[in-house]
Design a binder for this molecule. Structure first.
Ligand SMILES: Cc1ncc(COP(=O)(O)O)c(C=O)c1O
Length: 284
């Protein structure tokens, strides 16, 4: 069945909640803005409170029979050529850690580009994964660093054949991109997964003139912030999975381990609306 990108399941469910005049006995305590301080309502606007409902028992029923989030995630996966997509309301900081924990465990090695974000370092601390740092390439002419090359990852795997996989940041905060296809090949020759921290690359899948993005380049897991290069709300992040080196259930469980039990539906709505915007008009 072809995906219908004119739909936005989260936004549609919020609209229905509003039109039916639902009011829940559950959190959030502001009760569709009624209980919020008028001075706060004045500045934030009531739309913020109207969109702030429970994910199950608000946006969807308590048994999530409407599959609202699942349908939104499936549409996102289709839009960016992934097999599985997971939404995060805790930023790419959570997505990066979930990805790392699904590939390696305590005292196991992971190859990491040394220009990694602090969430990668936090992931090491909470997981006990042993880092094998792979150095970025310093560009003396431009005074900036490029991501490590595929050859450098290859050498690191040769020196540490027990490494469980690799993680590379691309684009870098400088804007340079890694040769993801070549790095993915290096990993897959050893049946190891490649994680791409593509926090700064949300726009990449939507225009042919942009560098190839992680899923198209054969990466296994890819993490993207939608609030950086996309129009999502702060903390909106998605992570994607393809191939059979990391089971989707495992990745979902690792994210569940780290995530909040009260995800912000506003952030989900931002992710859902951005996907529709990009799927319909992103190539323009
Ligand atoms: C490369 C990289 N990865 C991950 C993150 C974490 O993203 P978030 O702020 O969405 O948690 C950032 C944030 O700046 C980043 O630059």
């Amino acid at each position: 069945m072809t995906a219908d990108h004119t739909r936005a399941p989260v936004l549609e469910a919020l609209d229905e909640y509003r039109r039916k005049g639902h009011l829940s006995f559950t959190p959030p305590g502001h009760k569709q803005a009624r209980g919020a301080d008028p001075a706060v309502r004045e500045i934030l606007g009531d739309a913020v409170f109207h969109g702030d409902v429970l994910a199950s028992g608000g946006l969807d029923d308590r048994l999530t029979r409407g599959r609202v989030l699942q349908r939104a995630q499936e549409l996102m996966a289709d839009a960016v050529h992934a097999e599985h997509t997971f939404f995060s309301t805790c930023g790419s900081s959570l997505s990066v850690k979930a990805a790392m924990l699904s590939v390696a465990g305590p005292h196991e090695k992971l190859l990491l580009g040394r220009d990694a974000h602090k969430s990668v370092v936090a992931g090491l601390i909470i997981s006990g994964i042993e880092p094998v740092w792979v150095e970025p390439r310093w560009d003396a002419e431009r005074n900036l660093a490029h991501p490590p090359s595929a050859e450098e990852f290859d050498r690191a795997f040769d020196a540490h054949p027990d490494a469980r996989g690799a993680l590379v940041t691309s684009p870098t905060p400088y804007g340079g991109c890694a040769d993801l296809r070549a790095i993915a090949d290096v990993c897959h020759r050893r049946s190891r997964p490649l994680i791409v921290d593509e926090a700064w690359g949300a726009h990449l899948p939507f225009h042919p003139d942009l560098p190839s993005w992680a899923m198209d380049a054969g990466a296994d897991i890819c993490v993207t912030s939608i609030h950086k290069m996309g129009s999502g709300l702060e903390q909106g992040s998605v992570f994607h999975l393809q191939g059979d080196l990391v089971p989707p259930e495992l990745l979902g469980m690792r994210a569940d381990l780290l995530g909040t039990t009260s995800p912000s539906v506003l952030i989900f709505a931002g992710l859902d609306g951005w996907r529709r915007q990009m799927a319909l008009r992103g190539g323009n």
